[in-house]
Write a protein that binds this ligand. Sequence first.
Ligand code: SF4
Ligand code: SF4
Length: 191
Amino acid sequence: MIVYEPENEQLLTNACMNCQEPHYQRAYADMENIGCCSHSPTFGLPEIQYMVVNRGVDAVEQLLFMKKKIEIRAFEVKVHAEIDPRYEQDHKKNDDPEETLRYSTCNFFKSKSGCSLADEEKPLVCRTFICPWVEEQCGKEGQQLIQDAARNISGSYKYRENELRSALKTEGINLKTDVKSTLHHLFHLKN
Ligand code: SF4
Ligand code: SF4
């Protein structure tokens, strides 16, 4: 049920094909069931660098930094999900961030085919998150596998993230002050 792919640094489960995690059920029957791809992903330096090397600086600017609703921090960018307009009418008086998940869709989700990004381009959380509904069905052995794999994946990710962060700090640049120079520098650090 759980597959750990060390080469792609990700955990997968076929349970996502029929996601029953209560937290991620849709608000309306006409909305596609997309499981946890309703969340707003935050991209860190390792996946941004991978994208820059494989897609080029301009394409990455377009893909991540020109979306309608983003939050640019020094070393990461959060791309907010699209929210179905019915959320506004259903929550006029009560704004609940958890409830928005039932109405939202990640910008990188493609209808009927899933995530449009390559494995290496996906944020860490997308490559390691296994929800409680799946965990409960895994038994002790499966749960241990999830824990160990998530620890390994996060460990090597954080090591690379720290290296890139230090290199950018040394140059005195970051995404918040200058997106283009930072993307160019990430490209050169790989080459
Ligand atoms: S990990 Fe859980 S919440 Fe996410 S899509 Fe799979 S089954 Fe659904
Ligand atoms: S980036 Fe891809 S895997 Fe992550 S939430 Fe968006 S569509 Fe899903």
